[in-house]
Design a protein around this ligand. Sequence first.
Ligand SMILES: *Cc1c(COP(=O)(O)O)cnc(C)c1O
Length: 415
Amino acid sequence: MTAFPYRKGVLHAEGVPLSAIADAVGTPTYVYSARALTERFREVTDAFEGHPHLLCYSVKANSNLAILRLFAGLGVGSGFDIVSGGELARVKQAGGDPSKTVFAGVGKTPDEMAQALDAGILLFNVESAEELEALDAVGRRLGKRAPFALRVNPDVDARTHRYISTGLKTSKFGVPFEEALALYARAKKLKGVKALGLDCHIGSQLTRTAPMRAAISKVAELYVALKARGHALEYLDVGGGLGITYSDETPPSPQEYARTVLAATESTGATLLLEPGRALVGNAGVLLTRVLYRKPTASRTFVVVDAGMNDLLRPALYEAHHALQPLVKRRGRAVEVDVVGPVCESTDVLARARPLVLPRQDDLYAFMSAGAYGMSMASTYNSRPRPAEVLVDGEAWRVVRERERVEDLWRGERA
Ligand SMILES: *Cc1c(COP(=O)(O)O)cnc(C)c1O
């Protein structure tokens, strides 16, 4: 059931009318549903019940401390997937457990590696031969063996938007499949690292099981081959990428996803690491915005709202679709409009050619499915302070990040 239902024509987050939040906090504002976050997490982890696994929430999808704290509290199987020292600091600050956290990314610095190793990270997902040597140096310097998994690139087309596809040969991510055996053999000679797993991640917003099955089966075979060569691996990290419904996509359910992953990895006996981001938070959040102006022109009708591409980058960055819903339903004939933000860029179009009952000034709307890669991608471009964030829980709600203030915009600058 959606966490954002209409009741008597008024859009709610759980038991709270969204217009009450907009009135109290202003717009633009991100609003998240604690119930939706919790239910989704449980749904995914329950789908893997009976099979050893850790659900490592991918922090970059939404890194608000309140969300990290909520996930950290959901039991022994809840870990994190991070891509920077900053995300590690967030996980620690939110009470997350570094020993259930995996560290990915093609450009980890030695400093970040040392911080993570000190914190007792579960494993590093290593993405190149030179990174492996750098990790070894850090491990030796700290007198530890840094646990790692090699991220291999299975060269499978994830059939998603090219900007969020990461598993092709031409991608900057992972090491070529063919080089993996040699790299694990090399690692055996190094005193500062210890092979603990194998990793892949083929892309985001995946809506079909076939590419997942193809990629994960390939990686599972490699896992078995590595074990046979005496590498004491324990973890098979299958990455994230499970898609969600933004408009009419029909991604696999968590249960279908689990069936696909479990079938592909059956032969390994490994503890599975899952790194969902979008699938846990995407449909648990919305972005509230207010209509500033209507602007009819000869070719189209623009509706100018107070949220822009700096607040929600996905439409401008990868032509993403976010449904738009009025906070108070109105009757009338729909016209086709372009909903645009105030930012001085032609790509600042949040919704293109949408049928909408022509709004009035000050009408409030919600961009739906904005919980993932929304606030975490927000910037202050055009010197626009970033939005507030609110977490709803039943009838209660609280601000979990204050709206940025103008003074924050030049913090650290010298005039
Ligand atoms: C971004 C990312 C994820 C999460 O991707 P989603 O599509 O949000 O599930 C998981 N693993 C890695 C390595 C990532 O970079």
